[in-house]
Design a protein around this ligand. Structure first.
Ligand code: DNO
Length: 390
């Protein structure tokens, strides 16, 4: 498995020199300055490639090539956006980039209620607090119909939670949830614009969204096949419906439906262990075995899940998921591909997120320097041991 590092581009406070010193050889990046739907031109792609290569690294994975909302909503005129998406894929294929991560989550991408939860050792982690979520949805956003989706105990706990927050903490909660996290599909929202966006999605059921995703895949996969490229859908994070929006990449069945509908191996998945295991219905060891041939990219991290659905991002090897087992299965899968002569079908991995440690520099939420450095070092140790012993 190639050890990679997510780098947000020239604006990223972590220089590529540091990425190389961390021991990564591959870079996961995107042209974040381009709006979703804009064509990624050959010039823009090769300029980014040149910067990465001049640091002695390779641009291995695109995370993400965002799917414009018009396509996910199947709005009038979305065909032009689709053509541009295919053109971007074509340009990436020409440039030799083979793994493309994307997601189909509506309005809000990955979501947390706290971006600096202090762990007992003083490090700062991302956290999703169930009562904060209900408080946001029912009392701050005041989404029509939200109240009916929770039981009395949940509503009472949320009310108490909200009553305990200062004005500044309430503002913080709104900003943390609505403003969007790094790499998300859409620009951040205020409460007002979030309500407007939700209105756009009224009536879109999971079935409708799934059909659109399958349609999208059948349109883009032929281009991927031509270049030996692999699409890797990112799972819903957390893997449950939020704000009444449909989420269709939350469990093994969701992915299998996609694979059956569009059987090409170019239609694959990003195994984001932390996203998937934030749902008690998912087990990392089961999923990695079930999805192995379609896993083209792995986000390695783990969460500690609580009975009410709250979760906190744990240290990489210390959450609920058995990452040693996950790595063992991925190494075996990759070897199988290599033995079959598919030498460039390696599985890229990156340490996903990390806790901010004392001495860390100010970075994007979830993407600290020291926390990820520690994560990558631990994962590399496991990888080396698995490679040597299996
Ligand atoms: C969070 C990331 C997501 C991911 C997108 C993929 O840390 O895993 O932002 O990049 O959902 O499309």
């Amino acid at each position: 498995m190639e050890q990679c590092w997510r780098w947000f581009g020239p604006e990223d406070p972590i220089a590529l020199r540091k990425v190389r010193q961390a021991g990564a050889t591959g870079v996961v990046s995107a042209l974040h300055h381009l709006a979703p739907g804009a064509i990624w031109s050959p010039e823009a792609i090769s300029a980014r490639q040149a910067v990465i290569e001049s640091a002695g690294l390779t641009w291995r994975v695109v995370e993400s090539l965002p799917v414009p909302t018009s396509i996910r909503l199947s709005e009038a005129g979305h065909e032009a956006d689709l053509e541009r998406y295919i053109q971007s894929l074509e340009n990436l294929g020409q440039a030799g980039i083979r793994t493309i991560c994307y997601n189909f989550m509506p309005v809000i991408d990955w979501t947390r209620t706290e971006l600096a939860w202090q762990a007992p050792d003083g490090s700062l982690a991302l956290r999703f607090e169930a009562s904060a979520w209900v408080a946001f949805d029912v009392f701050l956003l005041q989404r029509p119909g939200a109240e009916a989706e929770y039981n009395t105990a949940q509503l009472e706990t949320a009310e108490r939670y909200l009553a305990g927050l200062s004005e500044a903490q309430r503002k913080r909660l709104i900003a943390d949830v609505a403003s969007g996290l790094p790499g998300a599909n859409e620009e951040g929202h205020s409460l007002e614009s979030l309500r407007d966006q939700l209105a756009r999605w009224q009536g879109v059921t999971p079935d409708i969204l799934r059909k659109r995703l399958i349609q999208f895949l059948s349109e883009v996969v032929p281009t991927c096949e031509r270049y030996g490229m692999r699409l890797a859908i990112h799972p819903d994070d957390p893997p449950r419906p939020l704000l009444g929006l449909p989420r269709i990449a939350s469990c093994g069945n969701d992915f299998e439906i996609l694979f059956q509908a569009v059987p090409s191996e170019s239609n694959g998945v990003t195994l984001c262990v932390g996203s998937l295991t934030a749902g008690s219905h998912n087990n990392a060891s089961t999923l990695v075995r079930r999805l192995a041939p379609r896993i083209h990219f792995a986000h390695l991290r783990s969460v500690a899940l609580e009975p009410d659905g709250s979760f906190v991002e744990a240290d990489h090897l210390d959450g609920d998921a058995d990452l040693v087992d996950v790595i063992r299965v991925l190494v075996a899968e990759e070897r199988k591909r290599h033995h079959a002569g598919r030498l460039d079908w390696s599985i890229a991995m990156r340490p996903d997120h990390g806790r901010a440690l004392d001495g860390d520099i100010d970075t994007l939420p979830g993407y600290p320097w020291l926390g990820r450095l520690k994560g990558l070092a631990e994962l590399r140790g496991v990888l080396r041991a698995v490679e040597a012993l299996t």
